[in-house]
Ligand binder design. Structure first.
Ligand code: C5P
Length: 310
């Protein structure tokens, strides 16, 4: 029986700018997302009983209707018109849950890609991104990943110049803490709503500023991203794990920039190379451990979800 194996990488936000509020109640965003090589792994096998059965090596993950893997499988089957399709899905979880790293979104995107292949549905990547947009704002990015500009709710994708860069990411997170994304955006609106931009013209001006940012074209140690995240000043004052992570990352000898990712609580330092990243992690290993933080050294990844050839 054939098995399809797919990797689902995490992302960090090199830029997350909250522009304003949309008529649908979501926030209008201007982001640069970047895949990193911290990955979940999913395998897919056909079932004859029209069930979608998910298992995971992390018992803390909900496997019910709220799981984006289950929702993605159902959506793909419903749209195919073949109600007899079923799958057994095994998830090996490496991306921390509720971390601001799009782990759940990437797993959902991997399910669309994996089942499209297993069930022989023949949808294009663009069609899969359109399905992904129905399930979550970060999910379309995760399908092809790499480095992309993300506008709208996050689902309007534009390619970035794919410059090669030796930069690496030192990522830290308290494994016992997670942040709710709806809470973070609600708090952002409470604090910053009065100063949000209004109108498409103002939004487009900010998009254009981001498209032409010099750092985006070079992405090198002498031209690193300024790492803006508008949710950071919202989440940091209320989340001790974020305060501690940022404080320790700022103690590194050579970080190019430091920020929270997404709605947190993961934080990261951009480092000039993987060697510098590993040295920095070793140097702060004890401090991370005594603050209860886990640390990962990650390379920037050029793609999103990838089907593994066995
Ligand atoms: O789309 P997703 O399910 O990831 O969004 C989770 C929640 O985050 C939304 O229900 C909304 O409260 C908030 N959100 C937002 N604006 C966005 C994306 C998410 O307000 N662009």
């Amino acid at each position: 029986m054939s098995t399809i194996t797919v990797t689902a990488p995490a992302k960090v936000n090199l830029h997350l700018e909250v522009l304003g509020l949309r008529p649908d109640g979501f926030h209008e965003l201007a982001m640069v997302m970047q895949s990193i090589d911290l990955e979940d792994r999913l395998s897919f096998r056909n079932r004859a009983d029209a069930q979608v059965v998910l298992s995971c090596d992390d018992p803390s993950l909900s496997l019910g209707e709220d799981n984006l893997i289950v929702r993605a499988a159902r959506l793909l089957r419903d749209r195919s018109g073949f109600s007899e399709l079923g799958a057994t899905i095994d998830l090996t979880k490496r991306i921390p849950i509720g971390a601001g790293l799009a782990g759940g979104s990437s797993d959902g995107a991997a399910t669309l890609v994996g089942l499209n292949e297993l069930w022989g549905l023949g949808h294009s990547r663009q069609q899969l991104e359109a399905f992904a947009a129905e399930l979550g704002s970060d999910m379309p990015f995760c399908v092809s990943g790499g480095r992309q500009l993300c506008f709208g709710r996050g689902e309007r994708l534009e390619p970035c110049a794919t410059v090669h860069t030796p930069l690496a990411v030192l990522l830290v997170k308290d494994p016992t803490v997670s942040v709710s994304t709806p809470w973070a955006y609600k708090r952002c609106r409470e604090l910053n709503g009065p100063t949000y931009l209004k109108g498409e013209e103002a939004f487009e001006q900010r998009r254009e500023d981001l498209r032409s940012a010099r750092w985006l074209k070079q992405l090198a140690a002498d031209c690193p991203p300024p790492l803006r995240n508008d949710l950071q000043p919202v989440v940091e004052p209320e989340t001790k794990a974020v305060q501690q992570a940022l404080k320790l990352l700022h103690r590194l000898p050579s970080p190019l920039a430091v920020a929270m990712s997404g709605s947190g609580p993961s934080c990261f330092a951009l480092m000039p190379s993987m060697d510098a990243c590993e040295q920095a992690r070793d140097q702060l290993a004890e401090a991370f451990a005594s603050a209860g933080l886990r640390a990962w050294c990650c390379a920037l990844q050029p793609d999103g979800v990838t089907i593994q050839v066995e």
